[in-house]
Design a protein around this ligand. Structure first.
Ligand code: NAD
Length: 419
């Protein structure tokens, strides 16, 4: 097994405690990693660096390519950039994968058969950072969606479903209102879905889709969506499995990848040895799979499932009658270590032999269509084709560059040419 050098960020709040617990477990299981630790987050922000990270830390992250990160605290008030958003964009971590599975009957949940994976686009949408003040009373945030961004994330979702033997990929958008931006996401979803006939596909408008997911999560399998919807709904999905403290996430790019818990730094719980380290441990398990240490990942996951099955629970999932022992962060880690090599007997044990990193084809830019700009170009094209203007065009929809995407056939290259 190859030893991998990873960058490690202990984070703020409960971060250092859950990171210690996670490292202790994966090293006890035999993970072959070397570690470069960096200091990033609250202290760096408060020392006057508004991006929360020093230039040399970026060098370490880029050199090692694999980054295990505990949550950090973004100080309140203006001027501080979110390091999470910066990291995802700076490293091109386009795919955020968040599995949310219930652990019934050992972790209390209203959804005993839930097992969904949210694949969230991670760089674009309203998180592109294009926000400004228009007038004294009006501010604006622009939603950016590109064809390359859509193709990469949708293909990732289908390839992930194929690798994990999952049956269905669902797309959530609001393209009945945002016809161009969400329309493009939906259109690309429909195009790429055709390349995977063995996997069922469907599209839901986000509002009713979200309601259905919160009420009947067993109706879904893999769900792919633009950035903001994915951010919100992955927290909902994790919480309804039993606790936001249980879910991990992988942020995958073409070169670098980052692994973390989905929750924040929970400052009120810091330093008390109470936090649940499971979310970060799940992130670390995805990291081990990604770097090819699938046997270690499998061993850790099965020991973690067995520990939950034994009723050894941190405060956030502890329930009288179901749980056997309320433990702190360190004691939970020790219990998982004691279970290494064992498998759960009621929960389904995992097998990760096929879980190595996905290798996707690089996005190839489509040749841009000849541009027809404005009314004159449109009229020239009509004259060339000998067509008459249709009633709809004569009512003001005269600039083909401004049509909603629904006016284009799938695959129409003039759409790609505009991004
Ligand atoms: P949070 O996720 O930190 O906490 C929400 C609730 O969940 C709290 O009641 C907390 O006690 C509980 N909780 C979270 N993780 C837990 C765990 N592992 N074990 C037990 N209970 C847990 O969200 P917040 O309070 O909105 O944010 C706190 C700080 O975290 C903010 O500064 C925010 O910017 C930051 N944050 C960081 C990240 C990240 O670094 N990836 C993500 C989200 C929020």
């Amino acid at each position: 097994m190859t030893t991998h050098r990873i960058t490690l960020l202990p984070g703020d709040g409960i971060g250092p405690e859950i990171m210690d617990a996670t490292l202790e477990i994966i090293l006890a299981a035999g993970a072959k990693i070397e570690i470069d630790e960096i200091e990033v987050g609250e202290k760096v922000y408060l020392a006057g660096n508004t991006s929360g990270i020093a230039a040399e830390s970026w060098d370490t992250i880029r050199r090692n390519k694999i980054f295990l990160k505990a949550p950090i605290t973004t100080p309140q008030g203006g001027g501080y950039k979110s390091l999470n958003v910066t990291t995802r964009k700076f490293l091109g971590l386009y795919s955020n994968v968040r599995p949310c599975r219930s652990l019934h009957p050992f972790v209390s949940t209203k959804h005993p058969v839930m097992d969904i994976v949210i694949v969230r686009e991670n760089e674009e949408d309203l998180y592109a950072g294009i926000e400004h003040q228009q007038t004294d009373e009006v501010v604006q945030c622009l939603k950016l969606i590109s064809r390359p961004g859509c193709e990469k994330i949708v293909r990732y979702a289908f390839e992930y479903a194929k690798q994990q033997n999952r049956k269905k990929v669902t797309c959530f958008t609001k393209d009945n209102i945002m016809k161009q931006t969400d329309g493009l996401f939906h259109q690309v979803f429909d195009e790429i879905a055709k390349e995977y006939p063995e996997i069922e596909n469907e599209h839901w408008i986000i509002d009713i889709g979200a309601a259905k997911m919160a009420d009947t999560p067993e109706a879904f399998d893999v769900i792919v969506m633009p950035n903001l919807y994915g951010d919100v709904l992955s927290d909902v999905a994790a919480q309804i499995t039993g606790s936001v403290g249980l879910a991990g996430s992988a942020n995958i790019g073409e070169e670098c990848s980052m692994f973390e818990a989905i929750h924040g730094s929970a400052p009120r719980r810091a330093g008390q040895n109470v936090a649940n380290p499971s979310g970060l441990l799940q992130g670390a398990i995805m990291m081990l799979n990604h770097i090819g240490q699938t046997e270690i990942a499998e061993k850790v996951q099965n020991a973690w499932l067995k520990t939950l099955e034994d009723g050894i629970h941190t405060y956030d999932i502890f329930k009288e009658g179901t749980s056997k022992q309320k433990v702190g962060t360190r004691e939970f880690a020790q219990a998982v270590i004691a279970n290494l090599g064992q498998k759960p007997s009621i929960l389904k044990p995992v097998s990760y032999s096929k879980d190595a990193a996905l290798v996707l084809p690089k996005y190839k830019r489509k040749p841009a269509a000849k541009k027809r700009t404005g009314r004159r170009g449109h009229l020239r094209a009509l004259a060339r084709n000998g067509s008459k203007r249709t009633g709809r065009e004569s009512k003001g929809n005269r600039n083909p560059g401004r049509h909603a995407l629904h006016d284009y056939e799938p695959g129409n290259q003039s759409v790609a040419g505009r991004f």
